[in-house]
Each structure stands twice: as structure tokens, then as C-alpha cells.
Design a protein around this ligand. Sequence first.
Ligand code: GTP
Length: 376
Amino acid sequence: MATPQVGAGIGIANLPNQRHKIVAKRGANFTLMVCGESGLGKTTFINTLFTTTIKPPKNHKRRFNKSSEKTVEIEIIRAELEEKQFNVKLSVIDTPGFGDYTNNRDSWMPIIDFIDDQHESYMRQEQQPKRQDLIDMRVHCCLYFIRPTGHTLKPLDIEIMKRLGTRVNLIPVIAKADTMTPTDLHKFKRRILEVIAAQDIRCYSSPLESDDEATTQRNMSIMSAMPFSIIGSTEDVITPDGHTTKGRQYSWGVAEVENEDHCDFKKLRQLLIRTHMLDLIHSTEEFHYENYRNTQMETRKIGEARVKTWKEEEEALRKRFTEQVRLEENRFRSWEQQLIAERDRLNKDLEAEHSHIKALEAELEALQAGLSPRRR
Ligand SMILES: Nc1nc2c(ncn2[C@@H]2O[C@H](COP(=O)(O)OP(=O)(O)OP(=O)(O)O)[C@@H](O)[C@H]2O)c(=O)[nH]1
């Protein structure tokens, strides 16, 4: 685990102004998770966000050597950020390779387990008599990277986002926004929001209202950009007006990371680092952790091992499926019985008609036999 010390002006010095001045004294502990399909720019984004190489870029050829059975590896990168004597102990949880495999269902389970395990570990530590220096790795925010397809969310995205949203502050982001036109990006955002609402996916939302009108406006402007479109790059480029900035160079021009006409990187950075870091920490504590704790307290005796929630969800899903199959089979059987009964009834009718014809034929024969001598 790398522990780089970085100190460039990225805005964490504003944190003490956010909510509790007390945090300023001991600094903050912030855990950020990035997940989404492989190659969407998660590592690049993290390095862009903290204006340093927190994590070295990967060798993408490596991916092709992996066995298709392999699940995601969770990586923890730690860094200490310091600005104007304010410290943030940052942990970044990367989930590389996600979605590379044929069996994608197996790829989200370790992510869900990781989040639950951190709550579990914190809860167990809290139950101990000695409660100082608790190790806290609860995930305060999860950035879910969406592939910039321009269509809509994929079923796998929906499935994972649903599970994440009930456990963690989920923030959806559209990766590689420089690969889409502003019109397509706008339509894509709208479709994503429609799916999020229709599928009841819970995303992070912060209180918008504040005593200060400017803060309310700022919060509204930040939150209205969700799902945030982002461009990641640690490379310097020269803009048409001649200044140097982080961006991606193309033959048609440059895509600038910090240009609000190009993407929402600035707003997302503002939310994560400057304005909402403490709210993300507090809502994890007050909402997601409490939720976990309450559920476990209701369903478990003290000391009893945790039943993995996703396993319960899987079991419920399996039961529902088996029940549906059973109902369908019953429906099919009763339909088959009806068909057999109908066939028997028709056969009987046919037999009766047959006998009737036979009787008529016999009668006709008898009549013909009766008539014959007189003819002669
Ligand atoms: N066009 C474009 N390319 C990007 C962007 N961000 C990253 N890339 C490129 O995408 C490739 C993958 O980037 P990574 O940051 O390694 O992606 P990742 O999601 O961490 O990949 P895994 O860890 O394998 O899941 C690299 O070649 C990056 O240069 C972006 O915003 N736009």
C-alpha cells in the first residue's frame, strides 16, 4: 500500500469550514470507492482528482491473462493529504477488472461484501470494552462509473447500483465524457435519471437548503449535475487561448478536465473534497451504518456470525423463481388435464356418433333387405 504525501492546492483546506471545526484538529478519515467496468478511467480519475499519482496506471495487457473465472480484486490505496495544516487520511478502494468476466454476477458480490464487512468490523469493535482507536474503513462514498454508450443503463449496472445504493452514498458518474457530444451527453444523462427513478435506485443526495442563499445555490448547481460527466487526465494540454491545463489532446482540439462546458469534473471534485466530504462521512455514520447495525441487531444474537445479506437476497430470488416455476407447472398441468378431459369427451362423442351411424347403417340394411323380395 502506497502512502504518498501530497500537498498541492486541491481544496481540502476548506473542510474545516464545512461543519465541525473539531474535525480540523484531528483531521478527517475519508474512504472513497470507485467501481464500474474495466478501462473506464477509474485510476486516471483518482489521480486527476488528487492531482497526484496516488495509484500508478495499470498495464492493460495484464487483463487478457486473467482467467475468466476470477472475481474482482479489491485494492486499497492509502494516501495522506495535507493542506494548510489540515489532514485527510484518504483510502481509495479500487475494484479493477470489474465486468471483464463471463460470469458478471460474481463480480459485484465481493464489492458488496467489502462494504458490509467494513460496517461489521466497525460494529464489532464498538461492542468491545476498549473503544479507542477504532479502525474505521467504512466506505463514505462510492463512485459508480457508467460506460458512455449513449443508450441507457445496462441491466448489470442497475443490479449493482440497486445493491450499492442501500449500503453506501452512491454517486453515478459518466466516464470519458470527451467521447460524447454535448447533446448526446445531455440525452444520456436524462435517460440514466429516468432509469434511476423507475428502478428506485438510491443515490446520494444532500440537504440543499442552507441559511446562506449562495450556499443553497451552489448545492443546487452541484446536485443538479448528477450523474456527473467526467474526463480524467493527468496530462497537461494547451487550450486555444494559450493556457496550460489538464486535459486530453485530439486532432480537433482539447477536452479540458476543469472546463464546465466539457464535463462536470469540477462540480464532482467540489462535492467530494470541498463542500460535502463531511456530509458524506456523517450520512455514512448516521444512515448507512445505523441501517446496517439495526438490521443486524434485529436478526442476530450478539456474537452470532453474519449472514451475508446478498446471500439472503439470492436465496429470496431463488425461492421466488422456484415458486414461479411451480405455479407455472401447476397451471400447465391443470391445462393439460383440461385438454385430456376435453379429448376424452370428444372421443366419447365420436364413439357415440359412430355407434349411431352403425345403427343407422344396420337399420338401412334391414330396410333394404325387407324391400328386396317385393321388388322381385
Ligand atoms: N477518452 C478518455 N480516455 C480516458 C479517460 N480517462 C481514462 N482514459 C483512458 O482509459 C484507459 C483506462 O484508464 P484506467 O484509468 O486505467 O481505467 P480503469 O477503470 O482504472 O481500468 P481497470 O482498473 O482495469 O478497471 C487509459 O488508456 C486512460 O488513458 C477519459 O476521461 N477519456
